[in-house]
Design a protein around this ligand. Structure first.
Ligand SMILES: Cc1cc2nc3c(=O)[nH]c(=O)nc-3n(C[C@H](O)[C@H](O)[C@H](O)COP(=O)(O)OP(=O)(O)OC[C@H]3O[C@@H](n4cnc5c(N)ncnc54)[C@H](O)[C@@H]3O)c2cc1C
Length: 515
């Protein structure tokens, strides 16, 4: 969009077309009135608290649209748990990026092991891995990214204020004692790991520390059944650790397609994980030799103790970083978890305060935070009220094997559409036939029977994330099963199975489901 050509009149008309008068009176078209200049009462058109995925995206695009923008962020520190901030945020410094680097490190271990099937032999002195040089290389890359993100803000002419921000009133942010007046405030403070409230919780690590361990644990318990838990389980197992994954549900990955959960669970077991379903962590204690023991409880009242653990990783969820932020005092409605409640435009109950990313607790993924940040930038700086579009958000779990998904699960599709056609296939990938790896691949297509549109696609297997990104485009634009079938496959690949599944595996019909 050519911002120079965007007259305030045009912006006003756009707002009037899409927003009810009551909302306008709350000042939704702030850009029209305010963002051309921050003169008058305001230092900035937009002040963002938190320079993670959503905050950086919202700030730099608002600035590129002509708004005067500042963002505050805590200093970057690998170690101290109180000040682990850093421009780039969780994804870049304590989430997606360092985690994926660890997944890569772990994959080499598998590759070396499986190369024998293809004729490779391991040198007689054996394979060695230097955990410290890997952690050092990872740190260097994170420092580089932290610098790159700062440059991005700088190039976009966004003022970076280092320090902890706090909302004083609907138009004032205080950072380490200094106050800034802003027409709009964007809350993009993300979340942090939550810990179970059990005796010995302080002996456990979270994902933050798991990314920075001085050595790879030889035996580790991972508490939780979410994607972060299964990802770290896979990393440590492939690096040679004995891994015990403990979760309360019968299967891990609640919210994923049931068939995918079952299939993935079988592969996790085949890959060597020790799974402890339906178990509740009760306590952690330190043994005389310094290692840890973990007591688990069954629903029937019996207990089980895992001993000699080097680490216990709590991957038991995340909570929004809103403690002490002054939001409730400023009149912002908050949810029970401490999340900021926002409308369809990511606007809070206080018209000048917006919120994006993990702090609103919708879909906790980086690309979603980016989309929300972009929407707020447009709403605030262009006067174009913009809603993030949550349909067909693809996602991946970088476990062993990978999982990727887009659209509805079979269960959700059945509930929404009533009648659905399911196509599935499962096979041993070509590489594993020779390598000897027992890991299998599973692929699934969910089709709305009435429209024949593909409304969900799921995969468990190598490169699932890379494969699913392309198919997500098709699902998003409403591809039909016949259109998918008309595509010629790339051979030999696993991905081609998505365009060659011709026979329906089962037809789920509303009547049968409700009978
Ligand atoms: C281990 C792990 C793995 C993940 N893997 C993936 C993945 O593979 N793919 C994916 O899409 N997502 C992944 N995520 C999720 C992803 O990291 C988040 O969804 C994303 O970072 C959210 O962005 P955000 O802008 O909401 O918050 P964040 O990126 O968390 O940024 C918030 C920023 O605000 C700062 N801040 C907090 N309070 C204040 C304050 N008072 N003043 C100033 N600054 C403050 C913080 O220091 C932080 O830098 C992962 C998360 C974790 C923990």
């Amino acid at each position: 969009m050519n911002v120079a050509k965007l007259t305030s009149g045009l912006a006003t008309r756009r707002c009037l077309r899409t927003v009810a008068p009551a909302r306008l009176s709350r000042g939704l078209c702030t850009r029209v009135a305010a963002s051309a200049s921050s003169s008058g009462d305001f230092d900035f058109d937009l002040f963002t608290i938190g320079a993670g995925s959503g905050g950086v995206r919202g700030s730099r695009f608002a600035a590129s649209y002509g708004a005067k923008v500042a963002v505050c962020e805590l200093p970057f520190d690998f170690v101290s748990s109180e000040t682990r901030g850093g421009v780039g945020g969780t994804c870049v410094l304590r989430g997606c990026v360092p985690k994926k680097l660890m997944v890569y490190a772990a994959e080499y271990a598998d590759d070396f092991r499986h190369a024998a099937g293809f004729g490779w032999s391991v040198p007689s002195e054996g394979l060695q891995h230097s955990w410290t040089s890997f952690i050092e290389a990872k740190r260097k890359e994170l420092q580089r990214l932290n610098g790159a993100y700062k440059n991005t803000l700088n190039n976009a002419k966004v003022t970076l204020v280092e320090g902890r921000g706090r909302v004083v009133d609907p138009h004032t942010v205080e950072v380490d004692g200094k106050r800034y007046r802003a027409k709009n405030i964007l809350i993009a403070v993300g979340g942090r790991p939550s810990r179970l409230d059990i005796p010995g919780a302080e002996l456990c690590i979270t994902s933050d520390e798991a990314l920075e361990l001085p050595a790879c644990p030889r035996k580790v318990a991972v508490l939780g059944g979410g994607y972060i838990a299964v990802e770290f389980s896979g990393i440590f197992a492939r690096m040679g650790a004995e891994v015990h994954t403990v979760f309360r549900q019968p299967l891990p990955l609640r919210g994923f397609d049931e068939e995918v959960r079952k299939f993935a669970t079988d592969q996790y077991v085949a890959s060597g994980l020790h799974l402890h379903p339906r178990m509740t962590p009760q306590s952690v204690s330190r043994q005389l030799d310094g290692r840890l023991s973990l007591t688990l409880g069954h629903a029937d009242g019996t207990t089980e103790v895992l001993t000699d653990l080097d680490q216990v990783l709590m991957a038991t969820g995340r909570v929004p970083n809103t403690r002490g932020l002054g939001l409730a005092e400023a009149g912002v409605s908050m949810g029970p978890k401490g999340q900021v409640l926002v409308d369809e435009h990511c606007r809070s109950s206080v018209p000048s305060i917006w919120a994006v990313g993990d702090v609103i607790d919708r879909i906790q993924l980086t690309p979603v935070a980016l989309m929300e940040g972009m929407a707020v930038a447009k709403s605030v700086a262009l006067g174009q009220p913009t809603q993030p579009d949550y349909w067909a958000v693809p996602s991946a779990v970088f476990s062993n094997p990978e999982i990727a998904t887009v659209g509805y699960t079979e269960e959700a599709a059945t509930e929404k559409f009533g009648d659905v056609d399911i196509y599935t296939t499962s096979f041993r990938p070509m590489r594993n036939t020779v390598s000897g790896s027992p890991i299998r691949t599973f692929m699934k297509i969910v089709v709305d029977a009435a429209s024949q549109k593909v409304v969900g696609m799921h995969m468990v297997g190598a490169e699932a994330a890379e494969i699913m990104q392309g198919f997500a485009v098709a699902v998003k634009v409403g591809v039909t099963k016949a259109q998918l079938d008309s595509v010629v496959g790339i051979h030999p690949s696993a991905a081609e199975e998505f365009v060659t599944m011709r026979s329906v595996t089962r037809q789920v019909r509303r009547a049968a489901a409700t009978a």
